[in-house]
Design a protein around this ligand. Structure first.
Ligand SMILES: C[S@@+](CC[C@H](N)C(=O)[O-])C[C@H]1O[C@@H](n2cnc3c(N)ncnc32)[C@H](O)[C@@H]1O
Length: 206
């Protein structure tokens, strides 16, 4: 693993530990709400095996998951990550710079749905720019619509992954809807994996 990336990840894990112990004291907009460390390791290995190069992430926060992805991909790859919170974007930018990966990460600030619609217009006319891996980790009520906008931008053999499929339980209503939604889509093979807060991996067969 890249030493600089690893150093930044360790410091973010300390912050995540603090956040867990002092959850109620921290204002919602200031919480990292990051994937767990085992989830990070899982995706890092998956992306290496899958040989993913072009990645799209919905929900950057302070860049913890993005850094796990950045470590797994070659230097000529690209990650586009979407976040609406300006304060978190500034922290993420600093983290990417400290980790030495700013050149392969593009942060798009805005409401995810608007950014995705813009991206999909561009990708429609540039099919070679399609993504190998898309990670959904933002507002749970929008998971199904993110999936629908993202699917045409995903290469055949690509993966759409989503976090918080099992925990926290308060998202269950939205997650159930998401899982039912995916079930009805042709050429998608999907599985729930109980790593971290639960991951849904959806593979595009055609
Ligand atoms: C669970 S956190 C992402 C954690 C990050 N993937 C990680 O593991 O480090 C979700 C993030 O999505 C952002 N978000 C939520 N709804 C959004 C929306 N509609 N558009 C853009 N960003 C959104 C939040 O501000 C928050 O930072």
């Amino acid at each position: 693993m890249n030493k600089k990336i690893s150093h930044v990840l360790r410091s973010l894990e300390k912050r995540a530990d603090y956040e867990q112990k002092n959850y109620r004291k921290i204002h919602h907009d200031d919480r990292m709400l990051a994937i767990t460390k085992d989830t990070g390791i899982f995706y890092n290995i998956l992306l290496k095996i899958h040989k993913s190069k072009n990645i799209l992430e919905i929900g950057t926060s302070t860049g913890y998951s993005t850094l796990w992805f950045a470590d797994a991909i070659p230097r000529n790859s690209k990650i586009i990550t979407i976040e609406k919170n300006q304060k978190k974007i500034e922290i993420a930018r600093k983290n990417f710079s400290k980790a030495g990966v700013s050149d392969i990460i593009e942060i798009k600030q805005g409401i995810a749905k608007d950014v995705l619609i813009q991206l999909s217009k561009f990708r429609k006319s540039n099919p070679h720019k399609h993504f190998d891996f898309i990670f959904i980790d933002a507002d749970k009520e929008e998971y199904s619509s993110y999936f629908d906008i993202c699917l045409p931008m995903l290469k055949k053999g690509g993966i759409i992954a989503a976090d918080n499929i099992i925990f926290p339980r308060r998202f269950q209503k939205h997650i159930k809807k998401y899982l039912n939604h995916i079930k009805g889509i042709q050429h998608i093979e999907s599985i729930t994996i109980s790593i971290g807060n639960g991951q849904e991996l959806s593979f595009k067969k055609k």
